[in-house]
Ligand binder design. Sequence first.
Ligand code: NAG
Ligand code: NAG
Ligand code: NAG
Ligand code: NAG
Length: 599
Amino acid sequence: MGLLVLLLSALAGATLLSTFTLALTEDGKTLLEIKGALNDSRSFLRNWKASDDNPCNWTGISCHPHDQRVSSINLPYMQLGGIISPSIGKLSRLQRLALHQNSLHGSIPTELTYCTELKALYLRANYLQGIIPPEIGNLSHLTILDLSSNSLKGSIPPSIGRLTHLRFLNLSTNFLSGEIPNFGMLVTFGKKSFIGNLDLCGHQIQKPCLSSLGFPAELPHAEANEAPVPTKRVPHYLNGVLIGAMSAMGLVLMLLLVFLWVCLLSRKERVAKKYTEVKKQVGRDPGIKLITFQGDLPYSSSEIIEKLESLDEEDVVGSGGFGTVYKMVMNDYSTFAVKRIDRSCEGSDKIFERELEILGSIKHINLVNLRGYCRLTNVKLLIYDYVALGSLDHFLHENEQEHLNWNARLRTALGSARGLAYLHHDCCPRIVHRDIKSSNILLDEDLEPHVSDFGLSELLVDEDAHVTTVVAGTFGYLAPEYLQSGQATEKSDVYSYGVLLLELVTGKRPNDPSFVKKGLNIVGWMNTLVRERRLEDIVDKRCTDADVGTVEVVLDIASRCTNANPDARPSMSEVLQILEEEVMSPCPSEFSESHSDRL
Ligand SMILES: *[C@@H]1O[C@H](CO)[C@@H](O)[C@H](O)[C@H]1NC(C)=O
Ligand SMILES: *[C@@H]1O[C@H](CO)[C@@H](O)[C@H](O)[C@H]1NC(C)=O
Ligand SMILES: *[C@@H]1O[C@H](CO)[C@@H](O)[C@H](O)[C@H]1NC(C)=O
Ligand SMILES: *[C@@H]1O[C@H](CO)[C@@H](O)[C@H](O)[C@H]1NC(C)=O
């Protein structure tokens, strides 16, 4: 009997104890320990409370959907002081740690390397001291490592070279010294990842490692024994370096020649292909000409021309930068968009047609497909695939019934980046769009974005192009250097893309009266609000599904794209990489689910 009572009371005690300990998850407690080591003078973390069940609703925290473990800590621009607590190592499922632009000091805790799933580590712009822990090379999923603008000392641990997924590395503006290890992934990063350090040398920054006497010197690595894979050592003699540099230059020259040759060849090939692709040229009237491109139009020329000739006011669906757009429905109900070009074209008709041929050969899911070209006496018509939902501009700003939720906007950002990166990096010759804006992004039934009007600005001249684009409202999208010089580059496209991202986040046009009144454009306005950490004022109120993590990533990319200095902007492929890593990978399932109930 006594035993039973004892047993019962022990059980009661145990359940009592467990209800207490269940109050907050282990991850929640860990976060409170981390908070304890921070100086949150502005009380941004006031909703981090021990009385909650789990920390998933706390400022800056996101969790894995199934087990409620912490997946991401996003606390940039929070004016946090103090140190990063070693307790962080207990968050074993952490994938993203963003503490950039704070006032943290102390060192980077080696315990951080127990967060074995970590993919992105942003500690930029703090006052972190000490060395870069060599154990960081054990974070095998790391894709983004930004430790720039701190007070880190010592040499760069070779173990970083083992991070095979690393796509972005920035160790700039610290006090690092010694030779940059010529090993593994570290070989793939250039000057921009290492600038502004105390005394670094090595291939990556084109600075040979020499002693003060001009002799090659072996500079000690912090824990050089770290490198587990035998590294290929560069000969430590000036001769070796010179020969190395010369042969590298030779190699680069050869690669360049091969590249040029391939470029020329594929262009030639395309021109040659033209004659096979020009399937339908009708001779009924010398003023009429129809050319169809790859992908073909399964109709007779006379049927197409008849349809084209019958287009009138009632078929108008919009007016783009280059002229009126019509909707053309064939007898089998297939639908196409027809663009009537109002501008004159540069050079002869022959050149115009050849260039169109190149545009017609470009196929990508995120680019609007050009199907054909038709000249009817003195009008020029371009035939495109019809994209059902119309322009993003219309959807964001004029559609009262439906709106795009945050996941759909992310999808638009990603798809547009894919299309643009294709034009910039995979087309030969490369294509600068020159007029990226929301009215040139078209959405299909699945809300997949398609970039339209690429390649046309180069083909068509308009005496008052400068003036008309400004009047047309493109103004807010144009990079400052483009406005000044009229010279469009890939980097001016990147700027416009950055503005497009801001438009997606804010739901406001770049020339919205609310900031024009204050003498700002959308970029200046965003920078002000981000500095004041007023995220809730930035994000479109209609995006109820927006999460701080991805908003933060998109704003970060937008602010880099809209940097006033074109050289500081990322390339479209870099933008795409960051978006794919940061926005898509964490929870693709969540993404496609919300896609089905997107409106
Ligand atoms: C926290 O920061 C504030 C201002 O940033 C400072 O005045 C205060 O002394 C700091 N507190 C601690 C405990 O470091
Ligand atoms: C988070 O907050 C929302 C409302 O703001 C609430 O519905 C939800 O239950 C909370 N989730 C957790 C895990 O506390
Ligand atoms: C890296 O991880 C291995 C186990 O995977 C461990 O044995 C080693 O000590 C770690 N290295 C450092 C420097 O922590
Ligand atoms: C790294 O940061 C520095 C300083 O903030 C910047 O100038 C540099 O462009 C960055 N490098 C890369 C690769 O982004």
